[in-house]
Design a protein around this ligand. Structure first.
Ligand code: GLP
Length: 261
């Protein structure tokens, strides 16, 4: 696992957008896994700016969703499908056909989960998966004690996650669904490159447990330690509880430039 400490969220967004641009230069039809939440927005902004400046061609790129609420009506503005279309697919000028996501409105949720795992595999697998992290260490919507081998499935949100996400629902927790579909941790680990971005002091404990704690289902993001190509990008505030922060700074400062992220 590589840990890169950046000055602030904007610098983190720029760094990850450049890694995505590099990937698309090598593989123009790459499948990019995207996360929702506030944290990855600087990544999408920086990537959109590169596209508008002609620095990268995303016209053949494909986008895959990480998770979804269950039971929101189709087209609900806070469904993750609507969110990803608004924040990623439209700004990048991609067609909605270039977009894969689980069906949160399906009557047979289990079948929808299995269908999504199959669709990801048939699309050749995710090349680069962007991840945020919950304050309790969740990735996607894999709450604590999710199996580290889990596949895409339905999960019940913790009260804390519903409180955290109420800000997207007029601050009203009653509007936040209890159930979600999320790529499992086993599914996420199949992506070729995992890039987790965490910013702000509120993520410092979760980041320390992810990077320096044991691999444990209690901290779902710690499963990144099992992946051969995982990058954790954190700002100074989110890095503030890392014991090895100086070591991470040193290794990144001395990294051969050809290596990229
Ligand atoms: C939700 C999403 C996660 C995201 C997390 C953190 O739970 N399912 O993918 O990482 O929120 O969101 P934020 O970046 O807004 O803190």
């Amino acid at each position: 696992m590589e840990v890169v400490i950046v000055q602030d969220a904007k610098a983190g967004g720029e760094l990850i957008a450049e890694a995505i641009a590099d990937l698309l230069r090598r593989k123009p039809d790459a499948l990019l896994g995207v996360a929702t939440g506030s944290t990855p927005l600087p990544v999408y902004d920086a990537l959109t700016a590169k596209v508008r400046a002609g620095a990268v061609d995303v016209s053949r790129a494909r986008i895959a969703q990480l998770d979804e609420y269950v039971g929101l009506p189709a087209g609900h503005p806070e469904s993750y499908r609507s969110t990803v279309l608004r924040q990623v697919v439209e700004p990048l000028g991609l067609s909605p056909d270039a977009f894969l996501g689980p069906d949160g409105t399906a009557e047979d949720v289990q079948a929808a989960c299995e269908a999504y795992d199959r669709a990801l595999a048939e699309a050749g697998g995710v090349d680069l998966q962007i991840l945020g992290i919950g304050t309790d260490g969740h990735i996607g919507f894999n709450e604590p004690c999710s199996s580290l081998a889990s596949r895409t499935r339905i999960k019940t949100l913790t009260e804390q996650t519903r409180i955290d996400n109420a800000r997207f629902f007029d601050g009203d927790i009653d509007q936040v669904p209890h159930h979600v579909i999320t790529q499992g941790i086993g599914t996420i680990l199949e992506a070729r490159h995992l890039v987790l971005l965490a910013t702000g002091e509120g993520k410092a404990d979760a980041v320390a447990a992810t990077v320096e704690g044991p691999v444990a289902a209690l901290v779902p993001a710690s499963a990144l330690q099992l992946h051969p190509h995982a990058t954790v990008v954190v700002d100074e505030a989110a890095a503030s509880k890392l014991k090895l922060a100086d070591y991470f700074r040193h290794t990144y400062a001395n990294k051969p430039s050809w290596q990229g992220l």
